[in-house]
Design a protein around this ligand. Sequence first.
Ligand SMILES: [Zn+2]
Length: 243
Amino acid sequence: MSEVDPDQLDQLLALQDTDSRRRRLQHQLDDLPEQQLLIEAQQRIGEIERQHEDLRVALDRAGARQRQLEREVDVLTQRRDAERLRLYDGTVANARELKAVEAEIETTERRIEEHEEQLLEALEEVESLQAQLTGLETAQATERTRVEELTTSRDASAKEIIAEQAELDTTRDRQAADIDAGLLQRYEQAVTRAGGGVGVGKLDGQSCTACRVELSRADVGELYAGPPLTTCPQCRRLLVVPA
Ligand SMILES: [Zn+2]
């Protein structure tokens, strides 16, 4: 290639520097730490909502059981009271029948006790489930607050980066305008070949700043003897060889 003005090469390296900074900024924007934390917090909220739903179902069931047992205790109590009345209202005719009624009352009493024990257990279950629900609701509120905070923080970080990007874009336009079109095109092609990465390096001591590979003495000697803009023998990117 024809001789390139050393000033142009400095400008090209400055452009590369700007492009590298733009890439780092884009990477930062794509990979904001708050974003990952937000995803995690939202996953926890989802998990809490599932547990909440399960608990609600269990609570409905326990509540229904409690009401059923209360009704049964009522019915049994009424039955026992009615039997007791019969003992004294003169409808029981003889001692044998009296014994039968007394036995019936005893049986009913035992059933009432059993039902009351079950009712107590059901009440304890309802209470325990309600406490668990309250705990989950507190955890949910905490996570929601965290999501709000993280969103605010993420948006602020993004806004800062986007402002910085706009500034760098302006800088880049100015720098690119000062570079010869042919040279700029070679640079853009090198960037494309590098997958949008670094397109031009500079020989720094014995290594290329783009790939950081240390070159052999022979290579370095040849590079210094050659043109100020060449190709890195290692990474094939453009390489600026300082005078
Ligand atoms: Zn290289």
